[in-house]
Design a protein around this ligand. Structure first.
Ligand SMILES: [Zn+2]
Length: 84
């Protein structure tokens, strides 16, 4: 292994980057943590909802946010960053 490996995350995003994906099943936007372990071929939302891998992810909720994901996103946003 060489020492030139990229760090797993960029400096200005210390926590997992979260984006919103609109599900065609319930027409709600679900929060996707891109660093989470996702099953092959799908994206697993914070609430457990599965979205297709081809789902377009947005920086902000697209349409109605899923209630569970919105609550989860709010809770994680209120946790202060523990980096100095
Ligand atoms: Zn959800």
């Amino acid at each position: 292994m060489s020492a030139a490996e990229q760090p797993p995350e960029t400096e200005h995003r210390p926590r997992g980057r979260r984006r919103w994906g609109l599900s065609p099943l319930d027409w709600r936007s679900h929060v996707i943590d891109e660093r989470r372990d996702h099953p092959i071929g799908v994206l697993k939302a914070e609430c457990g909802h599965l979205l297709m891998m081809v789902t377009t992810l947005h920086e902000a909720p697209y349409g109605k946010p899923c209630d569970a994901c919105a609550a989860h996103q709010l809770a994680s946003a209120m946790i202060p960053c523990r980096d100095q």
